[in-house]
Design a binder for this molecule. Structure first.
Ligand SMILES: Cc1cc2nc3c(=O)[nH]c(=O)nc-3n(C[C@H](O)[C@H](O)[C@H](O)COP(=O)(O)OP(=O)(O)OC[C@H]3O[C@@H](n4cnc5c(N)ncnc54)[C@H](O)[C@@H]3O)c2cc1C
Length: 395
């Protein structure tokens, strides 16, 4: 059931979901999602595109910009995103700016990502529809250093210096966000670096979340240990006198995490099946809504049942739908049926709007294409919604 009883919320309403798309745009979307539905094509594209861009094949860049980039990315620069921010806001939807840099390693590149994040915070402060920016530690620290910090906890003198710079980069971002009252969500990464990230984000929350939630950690509920970790993070926050920021996701790195655990003969920290992940995700939503006065949470999911559960709990507890501690979020270009129907019903909902030069966002675009492909040939969730709306419009 996709409807909250007695409430105006229906995730099957494709008219509301796609009202920002013209007939021509909708047909173009159908073509794009039909291509992505083909898993062999996606595998080939994923393998060849990075090389084609490196070799400067001009038509590849142009074709990408007009299609997959246009669908999932807000623009090549921060200023480019304003058009998307304004369009979303016309439909009561907020924006979370997300600079698409990941896997950086030189100190100059890492500093550049920090500066870009601070610029995004300053732009957010000037836009009342951009409450939060998102940041990835893999853009602020060399992956190898994050991994070593977790594995050994004993760094060389040079590594200690580089680590101090990592802490300082995140601190400068959170400090500026705190000054301007803009939120910062720190993405969750693979198991082998996540403990390091958790420790760092906890430090930032303790420093900057005293009177309102500025910093959010991300909890991946596909991990067996993360529901308990959410609860202990809350207990820790209460004991230390700060508020918890919790972005709830299922988690994006299941395959490689399972492969690595199997290769190393270690216990896998991922839940044994989807049902366990769904159960933990539901319980995390319940826990955050129950404690909403001291936890600011975000249901960051494309799963209709998860979004519906949070909406239902808000109704049951008679909490204001616009309470700043209860939020929903989807990625730009995906699950418009959830985003725009939640927005229409008056909930706090935002789109993650990634931006950056094409070469920088290729890994992100590949993840989106893979997510929308199908091995069995069935229509993807997104394609089915687009086809439904085309039929409804009779175009
Ligand atoms: C706004 C936003 C921000 C995000 N930020 C992050 C982030 O910082 N870090 C991150 O890792 N991910 C992030 N994600 C991705 C997210 O973790 C999921 O991969 C993705 O959204 C799909 O999950 P879903 O909740 O939409 O629902 P669904 O499509 O219902 O669930 C799919 C997910 O369920 C889990 N799953 C599937 N099969 C199994 C199985 N056999 N056993 C155990 N679990 C299984 C996996 O996590 C899979 O991705 C984000 C997603 C959104 C929408």
């Amino acid at each position: 059931m996709d409807v909250v009883p007695g409430q105006k919320l229906n995730f099957k309403n494709t008219e509301i979901a796609f009202s920002y798309k013209s007939d021509a745009e909708l047909n173009q979307l159908k073509w794009l999602f039909s291509l992505m539905n083909n898993s062999k094509l996606v595998a080939l594209g994923s393998a060849l595109t990075p090389l084609a861009l490196k070799l400067h094949f001009p038509f590849v860049r142009r074709a990408m910009k007009a299609t997959i980039f246009k669908q999932f990315v807000g623009g090549e620069s921060l200023l480019d995103t304003q058009k998307t921010i304004d369009l979303l806001y016309r439909y009561n939807t907020l924006t979370i700016l997300d600079y698409g840099a990941e896997s950086k390693s030189s100190e100059a590149e890492l500093d550049k990502v920090m500066e870009e994040s601070i610029r995004a915070i300053e732009m957010a402060a000037a836009n009342n529809s951009v409450p939060v920016v998102s940041t990835k530690m893999t853009g602020l620290a060399d992956d190898a250093l994050l991994i070593k910090k977790q594995a050994e906890n004993k760094l060389s003198a040079d590594e200690e210096q580089r680590w101090a710079k990592v802490v300082s980069r995140l601190d400068r971002i959170c400090k500026r966000a705190h000054e301007l009252k803009v939120g910062v969500m720190v993405d969750a990464e693979e198991i082998w670096m996540q403990d390091t990230i958790d420790d760092l984000v906890n430090q930032m929350m303790e420093e900057y979340n005293k009177s309102q939630v500025i910093v959010y950690n991300t909890f991946q509920l596909y991990r067996k240990d993360k529901l308990d970790y959410l609860k202990s993070s809350y207990d820790h926050a209460r004991a230390k006198g700060y508020m918890l920021g919790a972005k709830l996701v299922r988690g994006a790195y299941m395959e490689k995490e399972r492969e690595r655990a199997a290769a190393n003969g270690e216990e896998c920290l991922i839940n044994p099946d989807k049902e366990h992940t769904d159960r933990d995700y539901c319980n995390a939503i319940r826990y955050c809504v129950d404690n909403y006065q001291n936890i600011a949470s975000v249901c960051a999911s494309h799963n209709a049942q998860s979004n519906l559960l949070q909406a239902q709990l808000i109704e049951e507890l008679q909490i204001d739908r616009k309470h700043p501690h209860l939020n929903f979020c989807q990625l730009l270009g995906m699950s418009d049926n959830l985003t725009f129907n939640l927005a229409e019903a008056g909930y706090n909902v935002a789109k993650y709007v990634p931006y950056g030069p094409i070469d920088e966002v290729v890994p992100y675009l590949i993840r989106r294409a893979e997510e929308n492909s199908s091995v069995t040939g069935d229509m993807s969730r997104e394609l089915k919604l687009i086809v439904d709306e085309i039929q409804r419009r009779k175009i």
